[in-house]
Write a new protein. Structure first.
Length: 193
């Protein structure tokens, strides 16, 4: 078996439940509060997002860098001998996707980021006994499910966006629900975890 990179142990990110709860909660609050305060701009941005070349460029770059750093630093076990090939494949895959798969690339890259972001949330909640940790676990699994669909069937996000923005009450309810969930996460992070 290949050797683990120096400094390796069972945890990859070394983030506490409090840290991940605060980060995820603030992300939800800021993004959903913006949709509550500026619904017209949110609708405009949401309509353009699935086919946005700018968003695709930023998101695929972030996903590639994150994946590269992750593969470079984790123990790959019996696949350690393939580490350099995987690193080259990540870079090549990102560049080739940007060039040859522009259709819904922003959605696919968002899906990749959701899949990557779920791991630190779950890692921070493992072996914790507080029932409130499930707020973070449920969010992580929702991100995993959404990420899988966004990568495999990106048109579903376009359809979901159209459904939400077609009714202002739906948009308001979704923005309010996301804000409240974010506040619950921040509250748990500050006072329970």
């Amino acid at each position: 078996m290949g050797e683990a990179p120096q400094g390796h142990n069972d945890m990859i990110y070394h983030l506490t439940l409090q840290t991940t709860g605060l980060a995820a909660g603030l992300l939800l609050i800021l993004s959903h509060l913006f949709a509550l305060i500026r619904p017209e701009q949110t609708v405009e941005w949401a309509k353009a997002f699935p086919r946005s070349r700018g968003a695709a460029t930023v998101l695929i770059a972030v996903a590639a860098v994150w994946s590269f750093l992750l593969v470079r630093s984790i123990d790959l076990g019996e696949f350690s001998s393939l580490r350099n090939i995987m690193l080259v494949a990540i870079v090549a895959g990102a560049v080739l996707s940007w060039i040859y798969v522009p259709e819904f690339l922003a959605v696919r890259a968002l899906g990749m980021l959701l899949l990557l972001a779920a791991e630190p949330l779950l890692e921070s909640a493992v072996l914790r006994h507080e029932l409130s940790r499930l707020l973070l676990v449920v969010l992580a699994y929702a991100w995993v499910i959404a990420g899988l669909f966004y990568v495999g069937m990106p048109y579903l996000l376009r359809d979901a966006i159209q459904w939400v923005i077609s009714d202002r009450n739906r948009l308001k309810f979704g923005a309010l629900a996301g804000t409240v969930y974010g506040l619950a996460l921040v509250g748990c992070a500050l006072f329970i975890w």
